[in-house]
Ligand binder design. Structure first.
Ligand code: ADP
Ligand code: ASP
Ligand code: MG
Length: 412
């Protein structure tokens, strides 16, 4: 069972979580993963920002960032364990390093390498509820790490795989995965089931209901994941029909062409003008970006009519934009472009569905719906099961709602 920030936002909610855990623990052994209280991690991140320039910009490791931001989960793990004990249920807290959850040393976005779960499994088998601090890990050298924002989901799925749990229940402030963010579109519908592949695309394209890595891991290890509401009392709203099950495509009877619409405002578009049009240009441009660990997402290159007249546009995450520009400028002579511009007022809107593999006309519907609303498309990218467009950020909600309706996803 994993509980997110809003689910453990105060003591009253922690008590409700404890009641849900107690009901589950009466039927089978449980491990619980908790996030920090809602808003806590943001506050801690702000403290690290205020303390000085980002270590990365000084060429230093971000290890102390992790020391600070990992602390939020320690508080909720301890409080939930205490609350369970007060209810007469044997429980103890586990921090990432105590299990240990071993990660690489990519501070702020570490990946889990291995979880030697013997001690944890022994405690759970001994009848004790294990309350684990999400989001945090430890390097083999003993330094604290964090898994990236929203990473507690990944802690939960990784632990579920490590202890061979029957299921990983992700309790949050919505009662499942919806066809789009219900905060943007009130007509969004809950999906009873969604395939790992679609969920992976949805998560990586902006639906923050699950951390992308957690879905990747669930898919790799075949962990069934359920997304459920924590805002219920034990026994309330239970049964096979609640929440959303993330599972294999074959287990889904209802066939849809498009399952969901997502958006991400965390985008920046970098445009290069006056590029030469000959072999090696892309390599000289994207090589240094890759070396600096900058993730490039969408790319379009326009054909040049004359030598030195090609243009190239690509997108990176907002937080990488400044660094990307610095790297590209440093290589200006080598790449040979004339001019560069950055636009951070862009958003990526995507439609996702495994049905696209076998149906034609999905893109046409998307472009038609956006044209009808007067939304200009700047960049397009597609994969087998998704189409993404980059648009002016001001039209994000309009575009999401228009697409939601165009694919017949609105609740009737
Ligand atoms: P937690 O703190 O429990 O981890 P998050 O805030 O990370 O919760 O994720 C839950 C939120 O994800 C919901 O409140 C909702 O606004 C948002 N969300 C975005 N897209 C979707 C979607 N397709 N289905 C459900 N929720 C979504
Ligand atoms: N507390 C962390 C965050 O806010 C991890 C999480 O909630 O999943 O990003
Ligand atoms: Mg989350």
């Amino acid at each position: 069972m994993k509980f997110g920030g809003t689910s453990v936002a105060d003591l009253e909610r922690i008590r409700r979580v404890a009641r849900l855990v107690a009901a589950e623990a009466a039927t089978r052994p449980v491990a619980v993963v908790v996030s920090a209280m809602a808003g806590k991690t943001n506050e801690l991140v702000a403290w690290t920002d205020a303390a000085g320039p980002a270590a990365e910009s000084l060429g230093l490791s971000d290890d102390e960032y992790d020391t600070v931001v990992a602390s939020g989960e320690q508080v909720t793990a301890g409080l939930l364990a205490m609350t369970l004990r007060n209810m007469g249920i044997p429980a103890r807290s586990w921090l990432g390093w105590q299990i240990p959850i071993l990660t690489d040393a990519a501070h702020g976005r570490a990946r889990i390498d291995e979880i030697p779960a013997e001690a944890l499994t022994a405690a759970i088998d001994g009848g004790e509820v294990a309350v684990i601090a999400g989001f945090q890990g430890v390097t083999r050298e003993g330094r604290l790490t964090t898994l990236g924002r929203g990473g507690s989901d990944t802690t939960a799925v990784a632990l579920a795989a490590a202890v061979k749990a029957a299921v990983c229940d992700i309790y949050t402030d919505v009662d499942g995965v919806y066809t789009t963010d219900p905060r943007i579109e009130s007509r969004a519908r809950r999906l009873k089931k969604i395939s790992y592949e679609e969920m992976l695309e949805m998560a990586s394209l902006g639906a923050k209901v699950l951390h992308t890595r957690s879905v990747e891991m669930a898919m790799a290890h075949g962990v069934p994941v359920r997304v459920l509401s924590s805002f219920v009392e034990p026994g309330e709203g239970q049964g096979p029909d609640v929440g959303t099950l993330v599972c294999e495509e074959e287990e889904i009877m209802e066939k849809r062409i498009v399952s969901g619409v997502t958006f991400s405002r965390d985008e920046a578009k970098i445009s290069l003008f006056g590029l030469p049009d000959h072999p090696g240009v892309s390599s000289r441009l994207f090589g240094p970006l890759a070396e600096a660990n900058v993730n490039v997402d969408m790319i379009v290159q326009s054909h040049a009519r004359a030598e030195g007249a090609a243009n190239m546009e690509f997108t990176v995450g907002k937080r990488d934009a400044a660094r990307a520009v610095e790297i590209v400028r440093a290589a200006q002579a080598e790449i040979g472009f004339a001019d560069l511009s950055v636009d951070e007022d862009v958003a990526k809107v995507s439609v996702i569905g495994v049905g696209m593999r076998s149906h034609a006309g999905v893109a046409k519907t998307m472009f038609g719906a956006l044209a009808e609303k007067g939304v200009n498309i700047q960049v397009i990218s597609t994969s087998e099961i998704k189409i993404s467009v980059l648009i002016d950020a001001a039209y994000t909600e309009l575009a999401v709602r228009a697409l939601h309706a165009a694919y017949g996803l609105d609740q009737v």
